[in-house]
Design a protein around this ligand. Structure first.
Ligand code: DGL
Length: 267
């Protein structure tokens, strides 16, 4: 099985593309809605919550877990990969969303002026800055936090003047820096892709992050037949949440674009 972890249902934007690209595998999607949002939380809290979730998914039999949440990928992934996995699950794999997105950003950016928007946790952690710098020296990177976008998406306040006004305010500093590529560093932002693309303008390439993560996962599985061959392939999906199943199913269905039934678990 492949595990997909997110702080809530936002990661379903990523899972939607994974499932579209790789429908044959069995998946467990786990959203820690009870403790979401992660975006304003401390490193310690995000690390501990993510560790519990990943541990749960490994115990369910996942050989590979994708952390779809940018805040968790920024604040917990590296430490889990370096310190937790080797000791507890040396034969399992844990991947995040930042590396694949950064690899693509470096490829498509012509002028090397890259903008990143995300939650406070993601921006503070500077994980995108570090990864981008590792991939290519001399890039000009500009970040901005967009704390109001997650609640606006969750409340379904999408095509509204107030939403456009807020997006404009968040994107202005990046526009002024004349970025040529924009990374949507949060699971919720692809829902606002059209508005964001329109506001940032045609000269900026807005990366389709969910699609990129799905493509890179397909490529990863191709390069790792030792893992791929062990994965179950019945096309089954289980949706788990740590909070109210009805709300998860209702909002989750919107994010995923298809009806889902969720089960409640305790981490
Ligand atoms: N999933 C989170 C992310 O991508 C957004 C929601 C939250 O703050 O928990 O950063």
């Amino acid at each position: 099985m492949i595990g997909i972890f997110d702080s809530g249902f936002g990661g379903l934007t990523v899972f939607k593309e994974i499932k579209r690209a790789l429908p044959q595998y069995n998946y467990i999607y786990l959203g820690d809605s009870l403790r979401a949002p992660y975006g304003d939380r401390s490193q310690e809290a995000i690390f501990n919550f993510t560790k519990e979730a990943v541990d749960y998914l490994f115990k369910q039999g996942c050989l590979l877990v994708i952390i779809a949440c940018n805040s968790a990928s920024s604040k917990a992934l590296r430490k889990l990969q370096q310190e937790y996995l080797p000791e507890h699950y040396p034969d399992r794999r844990l991947l995040g969303v930042i590396r694949p997105i950064v690899e693509e950003a470096v490829k498509v950016s012509k002028k090397g002026r890259i903008g990143v928007i995300g939650t406070k946790a993601t921006v503070e952690a500077k994980a995108y800055l570090r990864e981008l710098d590792q991939q290519k020296k001399g890039l000009e990177i500009f970040q901005n936090t967009c704390p109001l976008l997650v609640p606006l998406v969750e409340e379904n306040v999408l095509n509204k003047p107030e939403t456009r006004m807020i997006i404009k305010k968040y994107l202005r500093p990046l526009k002024e820096k004349k970025i040529d590529t924009l990374i949507l560093g949060c699971t919720h932002y692809p829902i606002l892709m059209k508005e964001i693309s329109r506001i940032i303008g045609k000269s900026v390439k807005v990366l389709d992050v969910a699609k990129i993560v799905a493509e890179k996962l397909a490529d990863y599985l191709n390069r790792h037949p030792e893992i791929e061959s062990l994965l179950k392939k019945n096309g089954q999906v289980q949706y788990l949440t740590t909070d109210n199943v009805e709300r998860f199913a209702e909002l989750g269905s919107k994010f995923l674009g298809e009806k889902i039934v969720a089960e409640k678990i305790v981490l």
